[in-house]
Structure formats: structure tokens, C-alpha cells
Design a protein around this ligand. Sequence first.
Ligand code: ADP
Ligand code: MG
Length: 472
Amino acid sequence: MIGLELHAQLATRTKIFSGAPTAYGAEANRQASAIDLGMPGMLPVLNERAVRYAIRLGLALDAEVAGRSVFARKNYFYPDLPKGYQISQYELPVVGTGHLDIDLEDGSHKRVGVTRAHLEEDAGKSLHEGFTRMTGIDLNRAGTPLLEIVSEPELRTAKEAVAYMKKMHSLVRYLGICDGNMQEGSFRCDANVSVRPVGQTGFGTRAELKNLNSFRFVERAINYEIERQIELIEDGGAVVQETRLFDPDRGETRSMRGKEEAHDYRYFPDPDLLPLEITTAFIDEVRAELPELPDAKSMRFQQDYGLSGYDAGVLTASRELADYFEAVVAAAGDAKLSANWVMGELSGALNKASLDITQSPVDAATLAGLLARIRDETISGKIAKEVFEAVWNGEGDADTVISARGLRQVTDNSAIEAMVDEAIAANPEQLEQYRAGKTKLMGFFVGQVMKASGGKANPQQVNEVLKQRLDG
Ligand code: ADP
Ligand code: MG
């Protein structure tokens, strides 16, 4: 049984309760105001944009947006939390129950319940590197707005958990509420895992795997933890409720601390903040700013472009990729061909170079230019791959590469006939076998002609002429 708590850092310019900037990478402690430090007498003021962003997610998850929610103090001591409490939401979160549909590898779908999503502030950071016998404290991150999105314990495998996390990651980026940068910690995951014997109802005791900041780590940590718990129980032991850390180098989880219960935190409503009241008019205003969401886009791609569910899912995984694809289709006019090239050659090259679509050296118009030359039969699909590589490497657009390298397809029928005749004359044995019924040799002759033409003969014409000559 797996339930995820995802923390999305909201892409506001300033903090959730102060005017200090949230930009990543500033010199330590330059972006922490007296409010973020919890100095006596300071009063927090709620960031309206953070609320808007939470509502966007609520609407996208088909969830209830609470007309009234309350900020609470979650009390605990940590060196990077000078106030001694974190402002969060507890009993009354801004977003209530909703759901997210995920696509699984076998092509099936699963609806995963979302328990709630609440607004809270992030804590600071303890710095251990570069200090001897000391720990540094950087409070730039203190007060950064977070949306904690809590799932029901309805995920059943590490793969499902990753599919859910990827979908949520894609969604927050579509919504423009989180930059999704996992290396900078803008999107991170705590995974709760428990096991139970087949047939048993009710839940086993869970362990919480804290701060997983990549999809791969989530998958590995969960799989390790499942094995660990099963072994423990089969050896007669018992899982204890605790917080564990994943060590990617060793590929294992380690106990970090006993897991607190909610009552340990002495939650109480923050007396410095009024309850958050959201009107329907405000919700409607936020609804109007929602972009087309991934599921709707995927449906539209299937309907308008005749793509399979799988292809549409791949192409709508990010808004940027979807936009790129649509720009290619608009210019090239052939959706299926465009989909094949964007998901095939282009994505392959991007992966190999560790680039994302926004960093592609081949822009949509240039790719469309190449596809146009396939469509008008200037080049074959095979030669197109060579042209693509050259375009990718900066040799110019498709037309430039085709003329510079002399790759124009041979469509002159008499030239093809001449090559065909030559190939037949040069291979009398194969000709005899072919005529004796070994028609598989057609492929051999096609290969000979294509080779003689340097891959440039139009394959369809080659086939036609060969048929005439061999069978006629
Ligand atoms: P906490 O503050 O204790 O982490 P939350 O309510 O924020 O509690 O999150 C609990 C998470 O743990 C949810 O995602 C929930 O689905 C998951 N969960 C609860 N019980 C179990 C269980 N027995 N096994 C696996 N996951 C669980
Ligand atoms: Mg929690």
C-alpha cells in the first residue's frame, strides 16, 4: 500500500507570508525577512497568488475548494525553523478530496484519490558541507510557499507511484504553479509504504520515506522498502512506524527518526492569521485562467490528429512538447508523420544529448521543413534520417543539407530503369532462382538498386520497375 505526499513549491515571486523574494540560489540568508525568521511582533500577511495557485490545482483535480480554511501552527523544534513552528493547514485545508487519473504501462488507467492539498511554508536549510564541527543555517528557503498534495493509500506498486508522481509533476507545470525543478527541490516526494498479506483487509504499519527528489529514487526506494518490510514480517518481526531516508549510493532506506503522530505537533489555529475565506466569484476568476489540461489535450490530439492514446499521452506529457508538436503539424500538415518524428528521431536525439524540448537545436519550423521534403518525395524516409542528423549538427536547414550533400531522391523513371537493368544483368544466378519461384529475392534486387543509387532511388518506383522487369 503506497500513499504519496508531494510538495510542490509554488512559483510565486515572494514568500507565502512576507515580501522577501523566493529566487533560488541567492547568497545565504539574504532572502529571509524578519517575518520568515519569526521575530517577535512580526505579523504574517498571506500571499494571494499562492492561494490562486492552490485553487488552480484544486480545480484541475476536480476537488472541493474550501470556502473557509484555516492556517495552523505545527510546533516542533529544528535548527532551521527559528520560530519553533511551521505555519501549515491541518483540519481545514484549502483543497479537499479530488482525484487524478494515471496511465499505466499496460495501457490501462487508474483513478487515484487525492485526500487533500494544503498550503504551508517551507523551513530553512541546515548546511553541513564546508563547515567543520559546525552546521550552517540558511534561512532563504524559510517561508517559501508549498502546496502539500496528499494521496489516498491507493497506489499498489512503485511503478504506479511513479506514474502518479509524473502525472502530478506534469499537471503543476501545465498549471504554471510550480517550475517542477526537482534538482532544486521545487517538487519532492515523501512516500508512505506498508505491506499486508494477500487477502488481508486493513492496513499494515507504514514507514515514511522522506524527501525523494527524483522519479528513479522514488521507484528504487519504494521497491527496497517493500522487500525490507516483507522480509522483516516473514522473519517474525514487525514494521515500526518511522521516518526513513533513502541512500541512493547504497540503494537502501535507513531509519532516521520515530514517526511523530499528529498530536505530537500540538496543532492550533495561528492567532496571527485570519481564516482564509474564498468566494465563488474568486474561484470562477481562477477557473477562467486555467489552460487546457493534459487529459483534455490528449483527447483532442486523439480526435483531431487521429493519434493513438499512447502517442497522445507521450506528446502531451509536457505543455512545451505538446506546443512543439502542434507547431510541426501546423507547418508540415501531416499529424502522423509529425508524431513519428517528434517521438522518434527528435526525442531520441534530445535524450541522448540530455536536452529538453525547449533546448532543441532543431526548432519546430525546421523539423517541419524536413518533413515537407519527405512528403513531396524529394527525399526518402531513410535519407531523411541522415538529413536530420546534419540539421541537428548545425549544417543548416533540410533544403541546404539536401543540396549540399546531393541527397535529392532519384525519381526519374528512366534512370531507375537503367539501374534496375544493371542490377538484373549483374546477378544472373539470382534472376534464375527468382524466376524458378524464389520470389523472396525481390528484396535482394531492391537492395542492389538502392545501394547502387546511394540510397537515393525512390523505393516505390524501384519496386514497381523491378516487378515489371522480373515478372513481365
Ligand atoms: P503525516 O503527516 O503523518 O505524514 P499525512 O496525512 O500527511 O500524514 O500523510 C499520510 C500519507 O500516508 C498519505 O499519503 C496516506 O495515503 C499514506 N498512508 C496512510 N496510511 C498508510 C498505510 N498504512 N500504508 C501506506 N500509506 C499510508
Ligand atoms: Mg504529511
